[in-house]
Structure formats: structure tokens, C-alpha cells
Design a protein around this ligand. Sequence first.
Ligand code: PRX
Length: 639
Amino acid sequence: MIKKTISQTGLTDVLLKEKQLYKPSAKTLKMAKIKNVPATLKAAQKDPLKFWEEAATELEWFAPWKKVFEDRHKPFYEWFVGGKCNIVHNALDRHMDTPVEKKTAILWESDAGKHRQFTYRQLHTAVNKMANGLKMLGVKKGDRVATYLQNIPEAAITMLACAKIGAIHSVVYAGFSGNALATRLKDGRVKVLVTSNVGHRRGKVIDMKTVCDDALKQCHFVKKMIVVRQNDDLVKMKRNRDFFYHDLVDPQSDICKTVPVDSEHPLFILYTSGTTGTPKGIIHVHGGYMVGVNRSFQWAFDIRGDETYWCTADPGWITGHSYIVYAPLMAGITTLMFEGVPDYPRPDRIWKIVEKYKVNILYTAPTLIRALMRYGEQWPKKHDLSSLHLLGSVGEPINPEAWRWYHKNIGHGKCPIIDTWWQTETGMFMITPLPATPLKSGSATFPFPGIEVDVVDSKGNSAPAGKGGFLVIKNQWPSMLRGVYKDPARYKKTYWNKIKGVYFTGDLAHRDKDGYFWIQGRSDDVLSIAGHRIGSAEIESALVSHPAVVEAGVIGKPDEIKGERAKAFVILKKKYKLSESLIAELKKHVRSELGPIAVPSELEFVEKLPKTRSGKIMRRVLKAQELGEKLGDVSTLAD
Ligand code: PRX
């Protein structure tokens, strides 16, 4: 084992040493130009492999790597080749018998205001017991375990328990329907599913177990289900298949060896929307992922080691994986998990929590900021938010109005807003300010050290300042996806074959004259509804699976709060007549196929849809028409 102590100093100290100031001033403003960033960062751009290798030595490994980076199987890149590690060793084990073990690892508050917390030692014990429970059910290294859980400590415990024994977790967002869950279980050929009997949201009780029972009717290969009991209601359990979490886990030993795995061993699969109806299973691995996620978190959020940090995401999305669970635990700080919603029972729930737990770093999404902004500044004013020293944003561009509100009313003008641009596929922040970067509201500023980002035209030529184009990444990074589960061709086609030699993000962007990146949205038909990524094609295929629908075209329309909302254009079968009840039924159908986030806010019934000669629906044309914009090139339009 290579022993290296973690650097808890944070980047600010590096910058201070280099006589850069923490708050943007005339002097730090000079940093706006990439060429003026401090030497530390400049060196990273010059020699990224050295930068990432140094980042890797901040963590502990069971055996050192032989090579930092390998591209022999392009685009299936490998990092820290030959190294042996386990992310859970870095997130938990190495904190044992150090002062960190007594610190609070997880603070949790339920929808109803109940509170639980775990020290690092207690979390370590809980994870060991769950890992032993999984082993007892036959889970082995490489097996897939899915979770369908709300934001409760057991969600994090299960992820960590899987990783500990080398099993692969597949977290399914608890807002998805039984069908969406089944699709993901099938693709991953999941062995064990972990859920709870009920969930809680806005004071309502949600039946989670029944959703899982329904999904398992289609998935007989799922041999066991573990059920976290959230209340005393009677739960229908299937003999030899279903086990209550506590019955299984409580009697287990609290000792469980962390399995050393290859750096490239899969850590998790996380499904994300693309341009076709089937979601892609994005694969991340132990070694590179832990290095990228740890370094980006410590630097962008300037972690010193004593913070209470709250990321309001759900573990069902990549933000929850990287920056609720893994990064904060590797950094040895306190991560807050909240089961409920930020404006229930009153619009100041979120601020109440910040005050109660003295949150130092708040990481949230523009959609939420806009929603909270609507309630007015009197709500945050009721609370002492002085513990906050840094604010984060993710998921979509933060519009200047929301930025200013967040900066003034929540950060009281003293907290930098770290707008992080990244994706499920990237695993970590790719474009983000560091706390000393002078900010421009609405821009995610510059690439993270070691990352080479560009805006290009369809041939791969760099676009000049001010001109929009495709956002691409020109080099590799350790926490990059390792593929699409069971679909290498889709991995190549989606990310590497669109523009030669670069990673295609799917986003449109431009760079201003100071080199700041501005994200303009997706170039493909992927919507971002309240920060949740969902494909037009997914909603369309849910609609056409209803007997009344012949064809459907779905577009995104701007929404003041959610960023975007879905509108569907639907062609009905002749024998069906348009009615309010049919609209309601179609919405209900999408909800049951995919879940509430995918339900179109508007349905319009049409006779025809604009198509190419090869029969592909031209959503671009539908959208331009809907928004009253120019139709653009319609030469491929069939009719
Ligand atoms: O379009 C970009 C947008 O969200 C997409 C990635 O979605 P997902 O994989 O679900 O991950 C979301 C959380 C990392 C991107 O392609 N996006 C993400 N962050 C930002 C953003 N758009 C603008 N600014 C951001 N900070």
C-alpha cells in the first residue's frame, strides 16, 4: 500500500502562496486569460498526464499503476493501468483510526424533518454490514446491483457496499416508473434490487415496493430484493426473494474486507438519455473516476476538510454519485442528504436546513434557484445564512437574473458561484471556475486544469471568439466514461465518430473574447427539464406505445422555471377522437412508461409531421415553427 496523506490545504492556499487573491480583484481579473493563470494550472495544461498522476498520489492505492494512460484500444482509453485500488478504501477505510473517523460523514433529514447522522466510523460499519449482507445473497465481484431509493442514507450505504466488494451499482432514479426501472434492470441483467417499502415527498407517502414488484414481473433474473422499511405498514414480501434490509444487515459482521480491484474495474452503470428511445448505460470505473472526482471537488470547491456541504441533487443522477457520495467522503468532510423537496412545507425549507446544519457549501441547480426566487427574498431573509462561503450551480446555464439573486440573497455578495459544466459521461467537472477565477454571471468560465475544451464547426475547426459551435473535448481525462454498457458501437458513434479525434459533448457553446465558455444548450434532441436529461425519442416512443397514437414528435420549449418543458405533436389513429379525457390518458400513459418528469406539458394533435425523405421526424422544424423562428434549411424535408 502506498501511503500518502490527503492534501486538505485546498487550492486557495496555492493561489495565496502565488500571491493571487481569493476574491476577484483587479489583480485576479488578470487570470481571466488562460495564459495568466498561476503556474500550477499552467503546468497542468502543458502536461496533463503529470497533473493527473500527481492527483492520483493524493489517494491510496493497493498497488501502483504501471502506466498513467493507455490508448492502445482507442477510444476505449485506460488510466492508471495495472494499478490496484478501491474507491471505498479512499472514501471510508483510510479515514479509520485517524481524527476523521469521529467526524460526521452523513447528515440526513427526512421529508418530515426527522434526523439521522453517521460518523465516518458508523458509516464504515454500516457499509461493511451491508456488504456482508449482499455477499450472503450471493453477490460477487462484477455482479450488478440496482437501487431504487429516495435520498436516504441507505442509498449511499448500498452504493458503497457494492463498490467495496467489487460489485457494480446501477442507481435508478426513484422518480422513474416501473417500466423505466425494468428497462434498466434488463439492460444491466441485475441480480439484486434494493428499494424501500415507501418513500416520502411533500408529506405524501409513495409506494415504492409495488413499483418494484411490477418491474420484477418482467425481470425474473432479479433473484433478490432488499427492502428498507420506512414505516410500520404491512408490506407484502415474496418468500425467498424479498428481505427486509434490517433483518438481513443487522446480524452481519461489521468486518468486511475491501476488495482490491483493477483501476479499470467497473464501479457503476448509470443510465442517461440520448437521441434514441433506449437509455445508455454509462460505465465508470474505480481508478480514474476516483482521481478525477476527488481532484475536481477539492479544487473547484476549495475544500479544506472541515466543511459541511450540501448538494441538493438526487443520488439517481451523476451529481449524486460524484458529489453527494464519493467526493465528499474521499475529502473527509460532512455531506448532507435530504429526502424532501426544498420548498415543503414552506418555501424556506432549504434555508432552514442551511441554518440548522450550518452549511458552508451549497451546490444546487438553476431550476431550483429560479423556483425559490419566485417566492421572494423574504424567505431566505428569515434565516441566518452566514455559514455559507461558497455556492455551486449545475445542470443548465444559470441565467444572469437567477445568478444575481443567488449571489445577493443567498451568498450575501461574499460567496463565489461555482458554475460547473459537466455530464454523466464526464464523471467530473470539466468547465468550472476555481474560487479565485473572476466570474461572469452565466458562464462556467474555463476548463478545469488538464482538460482541453474547444468550440468547433462540424469539420472540427476551432470557432473564433463569439461564434457558436459544437462543444468538444480534445484530450482524455481519468474520470471519462469507459463505454456504453454492452454497446461499444453506440459508444463510438455517439461520442467519438461525430467529429474526428475529439469527444463530442452534444452541447452547443461559444467562447467570448476573454476566453470564457458560454453553454447554449444541446445540439441534439435531448431536453433538460428541471435539470433532468430526457430524450425527445424516449417521450415519443412512450407516446406511440399507446394504442391511440400513430406517431409523435416531441420538442423542448423554453420554461421560465424548469429551463425547458416538453411539447408533443401527436397523430392519432383514425378511430380515436380528440378529447380532454384522451389528453389526460396520454399524459398518464407517459407517466407510467417513464415517470412524472417526462410528461409533456402540452399536447397538440396534428394530421402530419414534418419528415425527411428517409422518414425521420424533423423536430428542428417543429420547434422553429412553434417558437416562430426561421425554419432554416428545409431541403431534406419530404413534403
Ligand atoms: O447540456 C449540458 C447540461 O447538462 C448536460 C448533462 O446532463 P447530465 O448528464 O444529466 O448531467 C447533469 C449534471 C452534471 C450537459 O450536456 N449542463 C450540465 N451542467 C451545465 C449544463 N449546461 C450549462 N451549464 C452547466 N453548468
